[in-house]
Design a binder for this molecule. Structure first.
Ligand SMILES: NC(=O)c1ccc[n+]([C@@H]2O[C@H](COP(=O)([O-])OP(=O)(O)OC[C@H]3O[C@@H](n4cnc5c(N)ncnc54)[C@H](O)[C@@H]3O)[C@@H](O)[C@H]2O)c1
Length: 305
């Protein structure tokens, strides 16, 4: 099986550096026309320049691919809409989007300024929402769309000093869960990548021997699979240093307690059983949880539903 993107138009945000650059090069090498978006700022989101995006466009063109540079700031909806309009005018549609742009403003929660929280949420979560929003109706009309949003182990599992980043990155999963449902009937598939790679974002965190194993190119195969014709939907894929994994939010089977036990003491007494993962399941949608609890209550009370 060879995954190709001939005839498809892709936007990769934050593609002037690091992971986005690798994804843009990967998509172009397999036939996609690629909008290389990058605001071109520093790691904390300050400044801005079109040069990084243009550099990647040149690399793609030299390799025989098709690309255009775009300097939109993903946290500005007008700029994002203008980027999507430009791509649509030039190439007819936007079929794939990889929302990858991101910044860091790490600080312990005690020291975190409100502005550092707001800015990180704006770029990652609101920026991803804007990108999805700007392409959504076109994808619905054409009955085709593939979206990959970028989360992080910081959001999924927690990391000291990243309350802003972790909250934004966990939000990606919430966005994916809903968009995957809403996009299903229009052949729009929405997935999430959880990368770990050596980029300017992580260069101070790990020793050089580890960083040498963690090339950004190692994440791109997962992203391209998740953007492919036969991609799954609603999948969180972890990738780094050649490892690939799937991450799921699981719920334990739990226990249903009679009203006489609706006390914190009874919850404490049953906590081992409540948290027993042996029969845990990844639920497919919000209503499944309600249904499960109602069924458990009905079974215990002998009520027929
Ligand atoms: N590197 C890792 O190990 C790692 C781990 C988890 C998640 N991520 C996520 O992967 C994505 C890419 O990160 P990276 O490591 O390649 O970092 P990077 O800093 O090399 O690349 C991020 C790019 O996004 C661009 N950007 C920032 N704000 C923007 C904006 N408002 N509009 C458009 N472009 C903007 C930057 O200019 C930069 O080129 C980010 O979302 C990051 O949070 C990275």
């Amino acid at each position: 099986m060879t995954i190709r993107f001939d005839g498809r138009v892709a936007i990769v945000t934050g593609a002037g550096n690091g992971l986005g650059r690798a994804h843009a090069l990967g998509l172009a090498s397999r036939g996609a026309k690629v909008v290389v978006n990058d605001f071109g700022g520093a790691r904390d989101g300050s400044g801005g320049s079109i040069t990084p995006a243009q550099g990647v466009v040149e690399e793609i063109r030299k390799a025989g691919g098709v690309a255009m540079a775009d300097g939109a700031d993903v946290s500005d909806f007008e700029q994002v809409t203008a980027m999507v309009d430009r791509a649509t005018k030039e190439w007819g549609s936007v079929d794939l989007i990889c929302a990858n742009a991101g910044i860091l403003r790490d600080k312990s929660f005690a020291k975190m300024e409100l502005a550092d929280f707001a800015k990180v949420l704006d770029v990652h979560l609101t920026g991803t929402f804007y990108c999805c929003k700007a392409v959504w109706n076109g994808m619905r009309e054409r009955n085709y769309g593939r979206i990959v949003v970028t989360t992080s182990s910081s959001g999924l599992f927690g990391n000291f000093g990243q309350a802003n980043y972790g909250a934004a990155k966990a939000g990606m999963v919430g966005l994916m869960n809903v968009l995957a449902e809403e996009g299903r009937k229009n052949n729009i598939r929405v997935n999430t990548i959880s990368p770990t790679a050596a980029t300017r974002m992580t260069e101070e965190l790990l020793p050089p021997q580890a960083l040498a194993l963690m090339r950004p190119e190692a994440i791109t195969p997962a992203v391209l699979y998740l953007l492919g014709e036969d991609a799954p939907t609603r999948t969180i894929m972890g990738a780094g240093a050649g490892s690939f994994a799937v991450i799921k939010i699981m719920e334990t089977e739990g226990v249903n307690l009679p009203q006489s036990d609706w006390t914190p003491d009874a919850v404490a007494a049953h906590f081992a059983e409540i948290s027993d993962m042996s029969k845990a399941k990844a639920l497919e949608g919000a209503f499944q949880q309600t249904q499960k609890y109602v069924e458990q209550a009905a079974a215990r009370a002998g009520v027929k539903l």
